[in-house]
Design a protein around this ligand. Structure first.
Ligand code: AMP
Ligand code: MG
Length: 282
């Protein structure tokens, strides 16, 4: 068997337990021994593996299996959440993907509990759900900008843990990925959005204002990792300065989760011999 390009399983290399965000190197490639070129080559191969596994998940869902997978992506602007959706999720069959992006709550959403809009978008049997931002915004941007008093957001960590426990018990494999770029890398990426006509659409002047809140966001992310990384719904801390690594690592996290479901092709819901006879006679 070929030697693995990983020195450590990606699930172990990125697990958030005890992580100190102020000490992480956002340009690192934890667990991966290769370089950009070999990483990109591997991504193409592994994307195919992911796609095959996802097809099995979808097929089982069609046959009534309630199991599904939900990838939660969190990260500051420019961290590369959109790139994961395009390049990783983009390699699988779209009919099995349920993608939801959560922005500033709409007037209707504001009238409800913060988990209301999340519940409505949870994946069902056979789906690969992807959340671009999530209920965690309600303890991130909301906490950083004092949108609700501390006594309100303070209770949300436990509430989120209970909510996720229920989701997992109902058949969802939850994979939570927090993507981190350095403040400098973010500056470069924002500059690119101002230099390239194909990127203007991603630029939001407010993103520059948010840079002043970087330490507050770091503290809020640290609290999320400390308080909501559970054995049933762990957080993975993903250094994201290198886009190729981030994409490869998320591909591996998804493959790992799908492997653990031990999916097989679903058996027929009909009598094969009988149907063959009917087809021959038709
Ligand atoms: P983007 O992901 O670039 O489209 O931006 C979405 C924006 O919506 C970000 O600035 C988020 O911080 C913001 N957002 C998401 N959820 C919430 C929330 N619950 N309350 C306030 N702002 C939010
Ligand atoms: Mg944005």
């Amino acid at each position: 068997m070929a030697k693995s390009p990983w020195s450590k399983q990606v699930t172990k290399a990125l697990r958030a337990d005890g992580v100190d965000l102020s000490a992480i190197d956002t340009s690192a490639t934890p667990g991966f021994k290769g370089n950009k070129k070999s990483g990109e080559q591997l991504l193409a191969e592994r994307g195919q593996v992911l796609s095959d596994l996802q097809e099995k998940l979808f097929a089982n869902g069609r046959s009534g299996d309630p199991r599904n997978v939900l990838l939660v992506l969190q990260g500051m602007d420019t961290a590369g959440k959109g790139g994961i959706v395009r390049h990783v999720i983009g390699s699988v069959d779209p009919q099995g993907v349920d993608h939801a992006a959560f922005g500033v709550p709409t007037a209707e959403e504001k009238r409800h509990h913060y988990l209301w809009r999340i519940r409505r978008r949870l994946p069902t049997g056979g789906q690969l759900g992807v959340f671009d931002r999530s209920h965690y915004e309600d303890v991130l941007v909301v906490r950083v900008h004092d949108m609700v008093p501390p006594e309100v957001w303070e209770k949300r960590y436990d509430e989120i843990n209970k909510f996720e426990r229920k989701i997992v018990d109902s058949g969802t494999t939850l994979i939570k990925v927090a993507m981190f770029v350095s403040l400098d890398e973010q500056k470069k990426r924002l500059a690119e959005r101002l230099d390239r006509p194909d990127k203007y659409w991603k630029f939001n002047p407010g993103d520059i204002d948010e840079r002043a809140y970087w330490p507050a966001y770091q503290a809020a992310y640290q609290a999320v990792l400390d308080r909501t990384s559970t054995d049933y719904a762990p957080w993975y801390v993903l250094p994201a300065d290198r886009k190729w690594y981030a994409r490869l690592a998320v591909t591996e996290l998804l493959i790992d989760a799908l492997d653990k479901l031990k999916l097989d092709w679903p058996g027929p819901l009909f009598d094969i011999e009988e149907q063959k006879k009917r087809l021959a006679a038709s």
